[in-house]
Ligand binder design. Sequence first.
Ligand code: ZN
Length: 340
Amino acid sequence: MAEPEAPSATLPLAFPWHEPLVKQIESAWLKDRLPHALLLHGQAGLGKRRLAEWVARGLLCGNSRDQLDACGQCNGCRLAAAGSHPDLMRVTPEEGKHQLSVDQVRAVSEWLSMTSHQQGWKIAIIDPAQLMTIAAANSLLKTLEEPPARSLLILVASSLQGLPATLRSRCQRLGIPRPPAAMALKWLSQVTSQTVSPQVLEFTGGAPLRALEVHDAFVSLDEEMRSSLTDLLAGRADVTRVAQFWAKEAMPDRLTWLDLWLMSLAREAVAGTGDLVTFPGQPVPLPTSANVLNISYLYRLADRIRELKSQLLRTALNRDLAAEMLLAELLTVFTRRQPG
Ligand SMILES: [Zn+2]
């Protein structure tokens, strides 16, 4: 079984926006009322995996204390941080696989039923839990019906859709909230010396860890999108060539960027001022004909973009053609030129 590594030590395990959940889990622990299974769910980039790790390390810490926060010094803490604690199992898809197999889940159940090495908790983190096959989820259900004493299963999921309702109902579900933008930006300014703009945060759907990760890539994408749109709208660029380039590189990111850009234009058009515009950081010069932008066209175009984005995830698509049609539609909205 693949043994994933413990998360790196450069960032803490629990973040400010985790605080309500941290308090909830800590209070259950203090009352000795922890459930046998936690389901931590929320969008990517909110630190679900780290919170799971925070809980695990807190339970495995050998020092007695009145907070769940691990001491970080004792033998248990050192082993957990090194990824070699015998009572902590981290389960992710095996290399080259996109699913968690029934064999992996059976191994977890067997392992959980054995006595712990340190006479304490045994904890298994299953991540991402939504990637369990149906057989794997069913097998886990049996363990959840008769959980071994002092065992904790932590399921980490970015989506609840792939998880059977019977499984979900046997776990305590804890949704990781998206932090308010001000909290996220303050946290980002504390953990990195780079300036992470509100645009990057918006681009990542408000997920601070993701913003930290994609910051550099966003800066170049933003610059490149603005200059290529400026050229396109001024009639200085070849539509087919731009479409081919978009199709080839980072198409989903480009679509997210376009969606946010259109929405900021729509907000500006509705408000009649630029006050509400938060995306992008720098304006794209619009052709004169776009002075009277039709808002319903903007929304329709944004809908097309979202539809295309979900198609990219689900189906094999002729990306060149899809990108070219989208650009033609965009030019029609902004320059009133007929596509084709
Ligand atoms: Zn400790």
